[in-house]
Design a binder for this molecule. Structure first.
Ligand code: KG4
Ligand code: ZN
Length: 331
């Protein structure tokens, strides 16, 4: 008999549901809340209300796409942490209700661990131990992954996350939210001709707040001379900012590879959709012999398939939660 898991993700501004059967993705429905672009960032209260509105139709579509009924589901998996508390509450409460109504076990999943597990959805899959750079709107981490359920963080950001660096610098450049994918597209028509200094942060930790300040001062200086500077140089500015964010990430990842002598290296999280970062990984494969793993883009940005994937590993280990679980903004 197959193990069918209904997985739900509602940690930020994407409402998503997926059906995973024996570790295979049968459906993965993501409804992105575009309302937040109006405010230039995610408004938590709006996100919670949108999750409430979307969760039923999204779950219904995930079941329909997978062509299974709720009666055939064996467990309900949910992102419990980290994320926006109100948004997480919607998913957790919904999962508890389904669990009660259908007498199903609940599996609680950590959102960051799930991003890493997106690397196990398609082939080829990494083998243990491997290093993973997880880069999202809220987190930037390098982890050593020894097993599905044995993940140790060995480096993380001391201020902004990589996705935040894209979004905040994009805002300074007048781009819409989220700026990461827009900057990625614009950078493809530009050259990285402007240089911003790389921060000198010890160990395997990251810092991105200095970059934001450096760009602000640089633009102020240039716009005093030419008020049209941003408009006239937007593609080169995007390419330059992107190049610096990618170099900060790749230099630390290379350091981790040398320090731990592990050449099995994966990417995860929304920023792993970035084409320059994906290319930098491919270059490392070609020049330094890294064995690289990058999920397809729809499994990099927030999605419930990755929640179901991690839940499947927990299911096999008998790790179930109960009605007492509480959503948590932090890990
Ligand atoms: O993992 P994710 O979907 O949500 C969080 O858990 O935060 O990541 C969202 C972040 C946003 O900051 C967005 O700007 C960034 O990922 N992002 C990108 C790209 N696609 C999404 N950043 C750079 N280039 C992209 N192509
Ligand atoms: Zn995420």
């Amino acid at each position: 008999m197959s193990i069918n898991i209904l997985a739900i993700e509602s940690s930020c501004d994407d409402t998503s549901a997926a059906i995973i059967s024996d570790g295979k993705v049968l459906s993965n429905v993501v409804s992105s809340q575009d309302k937040h672009a109006l405010w230039g960032g995610v408004v938590p209260e709006v996100a919670s209300r949108e999750h409430l509105r979307l969760i039923m139709p999204v779950v219904r579509k995930a079941l329909d796409d997978a062509q299974i009924s709720l009666r055939e589901v064996n467990a309900v998996a949910i992102t419990r942490a980290p994320g926006l508390l109100g948004s997480l509450h919607v998913g957790v409460s919904f999962a508890k209700s389904v669990s009660l109504a259908m007498e199903l076990p609940i599996i609680d999943v950590n959102h960051m661990d799930a991003h890493i597990m997106a690397n196990f959805i398609d082939d080829p899959k990494p083998s243990f131990p491997f290093l993973c750079l997880t880069v999202s709107g809220g987190h930037t981490q390098i982890s050593i992954v020894r097993d599905y359920l044995n993940i140790e963080i060995i480096g993380s950001t001391i201020d902004d996350a990589a996705g935040e660096a894209f979004d905040k610098t994009g805002k300074i450049l007048g781009l819409d939210y989220p700026s990461g994918p827009i900057m990625d597209r614009m950078a493809q028509q530009g050259q990285a001709i402007f240089t911003f200094t790389e921060p000198n942060i010890p160990n395997l930790d990251f810092s991105f707040s200095g970059l934001k300040t450096a760009i602000l001062y640089f633009l102020k200086k240039e716009m005093d001379k030419n008020p049209q500077f941003i408009q006239q140089n937007i593609h080169d500015l995007c390419a330059s900012v992107q190049q610096r964010i990618v170099s900060i990430l790749m230099n630390k990842l290379s350091k981790a590879v040398d320090q731990y002598d592990i050449r099995e290296v994966a990417l995860a999280g929304g920023v792993a959709a970035n084409s320059a970062l994906r290319k930098a990984m491919a270059d490392k494969r070609d020049t330094d012999g890294w064995n690289i793993f990058i999920p397809k883009i729809s499994y990099c940005t927030d999605n419930a398939a990755m929640i179901g994937q991690q839940a499947y590993f927990k299911y096999r280990s008998g790790l179930f939660a109960d009605q007492h679980i509480q959503a948590s903004a932090k890990v």
